[in-house]
Design a protein around this ligand. Sequence first.
Ligand SMILES: [Zn+2]
Length: 184
Amino acid sequence: MAERPGDDITAPCAPTALDTYATSGLRVMHSATLGRYVITDRDIAPGETIAIWRGTMISTRDAMNLPPEEQHQLLQVGGDQFLYVDSDNLCEVDFINHSCDPNCGFTDAHTLVALRHIAPGESITFDYAMSDVNEFIEFSCRCGASMCRGRLTGDDWRLHELQVRYEGWFAPHVEELIQAQRRQ
Ligand SMILES: [Zn+2]
């Protein structure tokens, strides 16, 4: 399938695809600058569940042995746990992009919910600092937000402003790191 800017390259979650849940009305798009990203075709209410990711659990050591393109598809779900989905089973929600001004957050390590109303045509995003605290998360960010950090690293959870802004929306393993840091 040709991937031109604006092309709809939706890959719906197959019911058998490791049981990852994706809410209805999502579409995978492609742009030269952002790569693949996900938009909604309908209104999404605050608190609505967007995704519940399932996959094979692998360790940090296993994750480090993967090629970079597969590392980029991983979701960190624990201090030493990553969800791996092979390329044949990827679906819409596996292409949700990072934003430094996101509209979604985590209620547990696998579950992404809307932080606010999301209008048709808007991108679905979360801040990767909410879940990813590993060394292969590092990349230059072009999310376009006025508060864009420019560069993303696995240490971004340490930023006080993010801890305040995303309070209650970090994945549990990141919340534990924050609590441990506060006790020091
Ligand atoms: Zn950014």
